[in-house]
Structures are given as C-alpha cells and as structure tokens.
Design a protein around this ligand. Structure first.
Ligand code: NAP
Length: 343
C-alpha cells in the first residue's frame, strides 16, 4: 500500500457489531479516514455508527475492493480468513481482533504477518498492549516463561466461586449481565485464552507452534468448585485460569491453559475481577507485568484504531519470532523470581 500524505485513507470494515461499531465511532474523529463500506449480516438493524456512518452492505467485496486497509471484526475462523486473503491479494493492509482465526488458521495468516502487513494488537488483551511490547522492547531478552490471565469471563466466574456461588449459577448470571456468550464454551472451556496464548507463543518463541499442539493442553474452569477455590484462598492462594508458555523440559515449549493456584502476593493473584494480565520473565530484563482491561467495545476498538493508524503511516506490523527460540535452560522455570537471572 502506498498513500499520498494528502489522500484520504480508505478503510473497509468487515463487521460492525460490538467492536466494529465502536471503531467506526472512533474513526469519525479522524477526518483523514473514510470508511468506504461496512459488511454486516443485517443492514436494517438499528445501530449507532456515530457522526459519519458508513454504507452498510452484505457483499464483502464492497467493503474490500478499493480499500487501503481492511479491518476484520466478524469473528469465526474460515470465512474471515478467506475474506482477508481476498483483501491481501488486492494489496490492502490487514487489521483484525480475531484471535480464533489467528490461532486456528495460522498457516494462512503467518506469511502476511511475516511481511508486516497485519495489525492484531486487539486480539490478545484488547486495548491493553501485549503484542507490541512482546515483539518490541522485550525482544532484548530471552524468554524464560510467560503466564497470563486472558479471559475476563473466567476471572469473574472464579470470583463468584470464591464467594461461594456454584459455577452454573455464576454462569447464568454472567450471561444475564452480558459477560458470557449464549454459548459460553469459548470462555468457560478455555478456548478463548488458548487462542490468545497460541498467538503470543508464536510471536515470542515458537513460530512453528500448531494449533493441534495446544488443543490437548486446554482446560477451562468447568470442573472448579467453590470448595476448592475457597480452600485455596484460605491457604493464601488464589485460583486463576492461567494461559502459559513455558519450557517443556526437552528443549521446546509447552503452551496451554489450565486453572492454577497462585501465591497471593503474585501479580496474577491480586488482579481485580475481569482484568487481564500477563507476566513475562526474560533473562536480561527480569519480570515484567502488563495488566489492564481485556475486553469491551471501546477498549478493543482503541487497539484496532491504533493498528489502523500504524498501517496508514506505512509502518510495518509486528513480526513473529524468526525461528524457534530455545528456552534459556531445559528445565521448566516456574515464575516467581523477580531478580534478573543473568550474572
Ligand atoms: N467484544 C470484545 O470485547 C472483543 C475483545 C477482543 C476481541 N474481540 C474480537 O473482535 C471480533 C468481533 O467481536 P464483536 O464482539 O464485535 O462481535 P459481534 O458483536 O458479534 O459483531 C460481529 C459483526 O460481524 C457481522 N457478521 C457476523 N457474521 C456475518 C455474516 N455471515 N455476514 C455478514 N456480517 C456478519 C455482524 O453483523 P450484524 O451486526 O448484522 O449481526 C456484526 O456486525 C471477534 O473476532 C472477537 O473475538 C472482541
């Protein structure tokens, strides 16, 4: 994509639901952008698209053709990936918040990402930066391990279990409040966190990681009981659904999601309900924590807009690790050491 500085930047938006509508409202504050068209399922549905509402269409080509930047905010895996392939063929820069597609259709996305053509900061912790620091400032260290809380719905559910509420009751309430999807499996069974941590692992240490390597290591919160969670709390620990990238003890990396009991003074333990956090430990830098809101319309649209701005400036998107980065030592390294480990 090459843009004359004075030319308006044409943005095609695929999906103006929760995040897409917030993005369109934020974009209306930037006169240098024109949203050429927005793809929806139902153009007749009432929606607030701000001061400069785009033309709505059910034809993806109307949103893709002629766009300098195509932003995908549909959800799903195969169809959005196929649409982005069409946009890539036509020379557009790509922006997405879709962790499911990045995780499960990685072989298709990887060459575009390696070419610096994709922005996807919003896919991991929404508006809280994760991909940027992990592929930027933190590249100066070699990673020992990484642990993260990446699903706010599970954090809420565990908070309710601590209050003695049964999981089914807490889940029904989360659905009533709009925290959980009508089909909560993506959150509750750990898949959403697994999608995100697969992306993180590939960008940091394991570009070859296949989705099928992650799937057997995904456990959600379904088996948790108030009794266990409260016993752990009474013993000075907090239960969290933890997504991890850690040495497998055989020279490679183990990537997965599972409930873990964390010492109360550790950063993942004192995280407020609903927030996301990532704890990175590298040999030179020591331990770095990143925490903030991990979902929501504007929270997510904020990072999507940042990627659109970056693409419009012609700056490349984040690149994955070039090759597998070997763990610093072969033994699993539990997080908990704050001192840098280089002598
Ligand atoms: N919500 C968050 O807090 C959050 C946070 C981080 C990342 N994300 C990611 O952002 C993406 C969008 O999430 P969202 O919450 O905004 O989803 P959403 O509210 O369900 O919006 C989806 C949009 O896609 C459109 N769409 C879906 N299927 C379509 C089809 N077959 N043809 C045409 N249009 C179709 C919908 O059209 P209609 O409006 O006509 O139904 C809607 O505009 C997902 O990948 C999600 O994982 C979301």
């Amino acid at each position: 994509m090459s843009l004359a500085p004075e030319a308006p930047v044409r943005v095609g938006v695929l999906g103006v639901g929760t995040v897409g509508a917030a993005l369109v409202r934020l974009l209306s504050r930037h006169p240098e952008f024109i949203v050429t068209a927005a793809l929806v399922r139902d153009p007749g549905r009432a929606r607030d698209l701000g001061a400069r509402p785009p033309r709505l269409t059910t034809d993806p080509d109307e949103a893709i053709d002629g766009a300098d930047i195509v932003v995908e905010l549909l959800g799903g895996v195969e169809w959005p990936t196929a649409l982005m392939a069409r946009a890539a063929e036509r020379g557009a820069r790509l922006v997405t918040a879709n962790k499911a597609a990045l995780a499960e259709a990685w072989p298709t996305w990887r060459p575009w990402i390696e070419a610096g053509r994709v922005g996807f900061e919003a896919a991991v912790m929404a508006g809280t930066p994760a991909i940027g620091p992990l592929t930027g400032a933190l590249r100066g260290s070699r990673m020992h391990a990484l642990e993260a809380v990446l699903n706010g719905t599970c954090a809420y559910l565990i908070g309710e279990l601590e209050r003695g509420v049964a999981l089914e009751t807490a889940l029904a309430e989360a659905q009533r409040l709009g925290y959980a999807e009508a089909d909560p499996s993506l959150d509750v069974d750990g898949w959403d966190a697994a999608h995100k941590v697969a992306v993180v692992a590939r960008m940091t240490v394991a570009p070859e990681l296949a989705w099928s390597d992650v799937v057997p290591r995904v456990r959600g919160v379904r088996g948790l009981t108030p009794d266990w969670v409260r016993t752990e709390r009474a013993a000075g620990r907090r239960v969290r659904l933890v997504a991890y990238v850690e040495p497998d003890g055989a020279g490679g990396w183990r990537v997965g999601v599972e409930p873990r009991s964390i010492a109360a003074e550790r950063p993942l333990a004192f995280l407020a309900d609903g927030r996301n956090a990532l704890v990175y430990r590298g040999d030179a830098v020591g331990e770095v924590w990143i925490a903030g809101p991990g979902a929501g319309a504007y929270v997510t649209a904020s990072a999507v807009l940042a990627d659109v701005l970056q693409a419009a400036r012609g700056e490349p998107g984040p690149r994955p690790a070039r090759a597998v980065v070997s763990p610093v030592d072969a033994s699993p390294t539990p997080l908990g050491v704050v001192t840098p480990s280089l002598a």
